[in-house]
Design a protein around this ligand. Structure first.
Ligand code: DHK
Length: 147
């Protein structure tokens, strides 16, 4: 069974401690457990890195595996990373861009996502439970071949 890759960018390792008024008190480990519970019989590859190149390499891994879907919260790299965008363009399956906060209600610097240019869908503002929603949406997209 092809896995669902869930990739997280810089500072998300500090969820639960980091600006809880924005990102909540749920830790990344708790988010991972939530995703594994929601994925049904699909394996989950769940990773976090503060480094752009590492995220690009994991996207290449998902391409080569191949993964059934990619869910990605690129965090601050969302707005600046051409390499992440270029890597995602090579992935043939569904891509869900995920943000815990509603980036469109925040400072202007958070408004222009590069990843949205390639994402199948974008989820933003649901808090940490947005990850569960993203997994559920990915399962639907995987089952419907035309994502
Ligand atoms: C997480 C971050 O770290 C920010 O840089 C993004 C995103 C928002 C989130 O809401 O998950 O702008």
């Amino acid at each position: 069974m092809k896995p669902i890759y869930i990739l997280n960018g810089p500072n998300l390792n500090r969820l639960g401690k980091r600006e809880p008024e924005i990102y909540g008190h749920t830790t990344l480990d708790e988010v991972e457990s939530m995703c594994r519970k929601a994925s049904g019989h699909y394996p989950v590859v769940f990773r976090q890195s503060g480094y752009e190149g590492q995220l690009v390499e994991w996207i290449h891994e998902a391409i080569d595996e191949p993964a059934a879907a990619i869910i990605i919260n690129p965090a601050g790299l969302t707005f600046s990373s051409i390499p992440i965008l270029d890597a995602l363009k090579m992935f043939p399956g569904p891509i869900i861009e995920l943000h815990i906060s509603n980036i469109h209600r925040r400072e202007d610097i958070y408004h222009k996502s590069l990843v949205s240019r390639i994402a199948t869908a974008v989820i933003a503002g649901l808090g940490p439970t947005g990850y569960r929603t993203a997994v559920e949406a990915a399962l639907n997209l995987i089952e419907n071949t035309n994502h």
